[in-house]
Design a protein around this ligand. Structure first.
Ligand SMILES: [Zn+2]
Length: 155
């Protein structure tokens, strides 16, 4: 690791400490150049293989938990669901997707997982998300979805 102050090639690690969430390591380094000797900090992070989401038109986009989170928060707007709940749903979805799919996952699978999770969490949020995700062309299809949801809840 190069010294950011004097560009010297050699620095040494004086201290290593795991980060708060346990996925990073913080290292204090010291420049070994005699006329410098300054200290700086680096972070080491687990490299995650990008998971590509393949859309219907075969376009690929890197899976983004932030994007998923924003979409879910939108669906859950004004519903009795906390940001923590949404976060944990996102984390679960990402974890299972990464376990089941090595490099690429069809966007339809991501959508289905989100819908399954929302169905458990909140009926209204589910219908909201489903209406956008499935691109309901008419009110009738949306109504059918609502009815089938109510039917499932009544069981
Ligand atoms: Zn230096």
């Amino acid at each position: 690791m190069k010294c950011p102050y004097c560009d010297a090639e050699n620095t040494r690690v004086v201290e290593s400490r795991p980060g708060e969430d346990g996925t990073t390591i913080r290292r204090r380094r010291e420049c070994v150049a005699e006329d410098c000797g300054r200290r700086f900090t680096t972070y080491e992070r687990l490299e995650q293989r990008p998971l590509m989401v393949v859309k219907k038109d075969m376009e690929r986009e890197e899976f983004s938990r932030e994007k998923l989170y924003r979409g879910l928060m939108k669906a859950c707007e004004k519903r009795p669901i906390s940001a923590e709940q949404v976060e944990s749903v996102c984390a679960d979805i990402e974890r299972t997707l990464r376990m089941e799919f090595e490099r690429e996952v069809p966007s339809s699978v991501v959508g289905e997982r989100v819908m399954e999770a929302l169905k458990e969490l909140d009926g209204v949020a589910y219908v909201r998300f489903a209406s956008v995700y499935r691109e309901f062309r008419d009110v009738e299809t949306l109504a059918q979805e609502v009815l089938s949801l109510l039917g499932e809840k009544r069981k």
